[in-house]
Design a protein around this ligand. Structure first.
Ligand SMILES: [Zn+2]
Length: 270
């Protein structure tokens, strides 16, 4: 194939290398589930589905053998170097949290979790949302790539918060929730658009990880973090930006419907 006809890598923009198919949820999570819970097959989709356009971002998803959609986008070198390093760095930090163990997390471990959640959320959105309607832009992918070799703290986009909650339910391997939203001032107001934000919540085992991120506000409107209506402070610990060591699990756990309310808490009435 002529190099110019190749789809550019969603991260580094290179057209010289083969684009690989990347799992939205890495294989090690499904290996953990198999080992720990005897789960053999987990699938989000059973048939292939194309999204976006090949020429613009090269994003497509297809049914995966190991447990979910694959995003087509990163090149082979990206996939096999820094992305795979990110997975092997994060796996030993996340696994005890999936199990619901009592853990103390250092600031650098908290930053690693945050970066992993940002990357996974970007992939998840790319797999499920049409090109042009996504919160994360190609520039977001490029910025993450540009900062990949810095400490995780610096590769996480500005105006990003990550929270960890303890989720206890009968049995649930992966429960993903995500939505873009609009915020004005410090509360979510629906139609008045000052900023665009995005929240994703992934429950894996006993861990619910939540990402809240929004675009830099205009200078006159110094928005810090949107507020929720309910007080959730006993249900989670703030993992990013890190201010010191934190302990998991938090005092209260999420159960049943509380998970849905928690996932939607940045919307009106949350
Ligand atoms: Zn690449």
């Amino acid at each position: 194939m002529d190099e110019r006809d190749r789809i550019p890598c969603i991260f580094c923009g290179q057209t010289t290398a083969k684009i690989s198919r990347e799992d939205v949820f890495p294989k090690w999570i499904f290996e953990w589930a198999r080992r720990r819970h005897g789960i053999k097959n987990v699938r989000h989709k059973t048939s292939g589905l194309w999204i976006g356009t090949k020429s613009k971002t090269g994003s497509t998803i297809k049914a995966a053998g190991t447990g979910g959609v694959l995003v087509r986008g990163p090149c082979k070198p990206c996939n096999e170097t820094w992305m795979s390093a990110l997975e092997s760095q994060t796996m030993p930090i996340l696994t005890p949290l999936f199990e619901g163990h009592h853990v103390e997390l250092s600031k650098s471990e908290q930053s690693s979790i945050a970066l992993w959640l940002v990357k996974t959320s970007m992939f998840y959105e790319a797999a499920y949302v049409d090109d042009g309607q996504r919160y994360f832009t190609p520039a977001n992918f490029r910025t993450l790539y540009g900062n990949r070799d810095k400490a995780p703290f610096f590769a996480v986009p500005p105006y990003t918060n990550v929270y960890l909650a303890n989720y206890i339910d009968k049995h649930m391997l992966i429960k993903p929730r995500f939505y873009p939203f609009e915020i004005s001032g410090q509360t979510v107001v629906g139609s008045r658009v000052d900023l665009a934000g995005f929240s994703s919540t992934f429950a894996i085992g006993r861990l619910a990880m939540q990402l809240l991120t929004h675009r830099p506000p205009p200078p006159h409107n110094a928005v810090d973090t949107p507020r929720t209506v309910r007080d959730w402070s006993k249900f989670d610990v703030k993992c990013f930006p890190p201010t010191g060591a934190i302990h998991f699990p938090p005092g209260k756990h999420l159960k049943g419907d509380a998970f849905e309310r928690y996932a939607n808490r940045w919307l009106d009435g949350g």
